[in-house]
Design a protein around this ligand. Sequence first.
Ligand SMILES: [Fe+2]
Length: 282
Amino acid sequence: MVTTLHEPRWSDLETKGYVIVPKFLQDEELLRTREDFSQLPRHPNQIYPVFESSRDRLGPIAEKAESVAARVRGHTRFRVDLFVSAIYFSTSAGVDFKWHQDHESYFIHQNHLDYLNFYVPIVKPDKTRSGLAIVPFDAVLEKYPSSMPQIYGKGARRYFPRGKLTLVVDDSTDDDSLLLGFNLEELAIAPELEAGDLLLMRGDMIHRTQDADTPRVSLSMRMTHGDGLIRRDTFQAGGENKHRAIAANPTLYGDVSLALERSPRGELTNVELVKILRTPPT
Ligand SMILES: [Fe+2]
């Protein structure tokens, strides 16, 4: 139960963008996730290696994430009450992401503030390696406050540190003209994480794989706001990069696209979408 956990300062999600919960998973829960991972086929995603689980497969572990989300709702303004997905990332399978804000969640759910990534390493030989590097929002606010509006709440972007600047490519619009006035690496940290520790991050955290030098597997559970709206116009809008990414991942985006096309309102709530995706076709 979540009441046995060390109680973190949940409001850090508003200021820093992340919170760490040590020993989020107990040993038997870690074994359950490792067994779950070992049974999964690689997802037919043509962009990067991923192994897809689900709320039902994870059972009590997903419920534990939902308990954390309830604590977050009680202590922040973030409305996060709907479990949407669970995936595993493995460095041994080839995961080595460069600096980015997530794409899929932003394209589909369209709101990276009411959105949480429960990142839990389940295999991690070294607590100081092969986790995530992140850029805390409070560090940006303190040293480069004028850059905050350029990154806060954003998504579907890649970041390229160059000298004293960082180039930004917005994959929603193909805009590559934005430059941040600092090098992301200057502010980056890589929190020490052991297997079972939780790094809870807002959807708009800028992050990358710390390194892919050790065989690390992480579970990433995602939650968002059930009543949040997904708009068809927003999903269909965008440039070549977005449409190429959507075309390259029909397993993920195909059903979302169809559900939005069929919606007479031109929009769906997250609850409605998740229900449609969980209902097998008749
Ligand atoms: Fe990511």
